[in-house]
Ligand binder design. Sequence first.
Ligand code: FRU
Length: 495
Amino acid sequence: MDWTRKKLYSQYDKWSADYLLALQAQAAQSDFRPTYHIAPTSGLLNDPNGFSFFNNQWHLFYQSFPFGPVHGLKSWVHLVSDDLVTWHNLGTILNADTAYDSHGAYSGSAMVIEDRLFLMYTGNVRDKDWVRHPFQNGAYLDTDNHLTKLSLPLIKQPAHVTDHFRDPQVLKKDDTYYALLGAQDANTKQGKISIFKSNNLTTWEDLGYLNFTQQDMGYMIECPNLVTVNEKPVLIFCPQGLDKNIINSDNIYPNTYLIGDNCQLKNGEFHSTHNIELLDHGFDIYASQAFNAPDGNAYLVSWLGLPEIAYPTDSENWAHCMSVVKKLTIRNDKLYQEPVAAFKNYRKCHAELHGMLNEHQQIVITENATLSYELEISFLQNQQGTLSLLSSSNSKGLRLNFSTSNNAYFEIDRKDCGIPFATAYGTKRRVALEDNAPLKLHILIDHSTCEVFVNGGEFVFSQRIFPNDDDLQILLASESEVIYNGDWWKISNMT
Ligand code: FRU
């Protein structure tokens, strides 16, 4: 399809029902369709939005363009879940159909207000000269999952920011509401986080920028998120154009976090003695959204995809998916992420894995691991080797290289795993580990997704992969003597 501006921004009712059904049928038949990750029924999915707990269910929305694998006119698709693992798709709920969101219902967040769920989102508007006018809008979802938009915007673009002003996160602290927004300063063209405050969710006062770092955050910050984890404020955000000396990431844009010591939104202060860190060390995480749930936990979900990168399923007219939901904790001043415990309820066909390899040996640990499984495996200290997933005698698969000796590291190499893509951004991602310590990996594979939680979630590597569907072995190759212990489970199909 030739994606002209007119096609990208046509109202949804201009597309034929038959065309949409054909796209949905094509996506449903894809070999790369995950079974326990949220994926679009057709077209493109990007940011998670409105992650919340309301009316006794978990709610999650995502940015959607259902008519092709491109960033066209965005709407919100609504999903609900009872356990944060199986999600039921309730369809498109927030359309771009008013004067204040005519060119896209962009990202935003949710907060329970009495018996309704308040949604705050960015209305993307372009005028006839294609100049962008961002509006921060509101809507309420009732307990019948019926949505009513507010007729007027809540926040208009202040003079001190450019038209890059979006992705409100609505928060409540001490009876006052706040909204954090991604912004670009009009004078310096630097990425900022804007703060607004309100007593009634209707009139909003501009408090300027959040003071959280002296470092230059590039030219734009998208999707800012403030969440409390083990009583500490944690700021999660996506800086664009960040200097590699601040965060050394090979991804086109990183998703980062900063643990704070305290945060006073009313003064715009986020005080921290920590460094800004990468939220995920894999190839494909962006726009993560976290919230503090009534069960006392902080949960995070991410877009398992990146802007401006072509993916192999583009040719099948669907693109991207969501990560699994991760529970956040802080241990030893580090942010840990682990898949939610309810995953354990979906385990089937257990196999115990343990053994020993001598130096320079290779064994098949599992002959047919399927394309939808969970693997927990640990290695002792002073060992070096490679665990290859989705491999066969003809294919090296997805290689997880490790050393638990001196200069310990963990590395993922996706160069020889199925269809190559985004290779201009490198094919390896690596972290240094504590020397001479054991290594524990918790791996989730789901057709075209791979999420690796290293050492209980101290580091996470999340990525898309597009393997051959007959490369189903798990292989282990040793450089030194290697002793391994683990468990494999098939994950049952939940969709
Ligand atoms: C991040 C983002 C947001 C924006 C949304 C539009 O991926 O660019 O800043 O609200 O996507 O879909």
